[in-house]
Design a protein around this ligand. Sequence first.
Ligand code: NAP
Length: 253
Amino acid sequence: MTQSQARVAIVTGGARGIGAATAQRLAADGLAVAVVDLEESAAKGTADAIAATGGTALAVGADVSDASQVEAAVARVAEELGAPTILVNNAGITRDNLIFKMTESDWDAVMGVHLKGSFLMTKAVQKHMVDARFGRIVNLSSTSALGNRGQANYSTAKAGLQGFTKTLAIELGKFGVTANCIAPGFIASDMTKNTAERLNIPWDEYLAARAKEIPVQRAGAPEDIANMVSFFVGEAAGFVSGQVIYVAGGPKA
Ligand code: NAP
């Protein structure tokens, strides 16, 4: 058994999209994976798919923006899979609107999941990392961090995650913990399908139009992000910390 096979990873928002692909990829890399999502039944779909291919996974229901649910979820992972030393803060939502129409609850909901959720999860998991003198934190930012019409809340949260990541890298580095950020461009997932629906554009048309704007001329797949996560959480990436990498088929959005 290699060292990495013994490690326990938590992937939030792992029921679908980028989180599901990441959980599956990390399990294929030999990690035991806790799939955390709002509903345990939804997380179980990913955990079952991992188990079906011979991997080890646990489905956990928790709202990452709720401190007591986060504490309970991390305690359960430690109890049932072992101390988590890899954390992928991937859970996310959008509440898009132009600033003059954006409500306070649109703002609070997005900050709650992306920023508070990543803070609470990191705070709960870092103690296991410090004890183990090893840890890998990967936070999901976005090209929207550079600014995106209709996303004042989301772009603020995604830019905030970049600062959060760099500070974690500085504070936790001496304990063998790295923290890095992945900023995806356009990835085909339920999140972007919902955007197409909201804009009243057929998915195929929306996909083709977005692909044309991307230098590699295609939309990203959840697996494109999972591949990058796999690198950051690996044993070999221990000297890479506090970085933001845009995985967007080009230099930016
Ligand atoms: P997705 O398909 O919408 O999946 C997000 C998952 O997060 C869902 O399973 C969702 O559960 C879960 N979730 C939402 N709120 C949660 C909470 N409070 N606690 C626990 N889980 C929660 O999204 P995706 O496209 O895979 O995106 C994953 C991440 O990448 C997000 O952080 C997103 O902002 C980021 N990203 C995506 C893109 C893109 O183009 N798709 C681009 C840049 C960045 P429910 O289904 O129950 O809501």
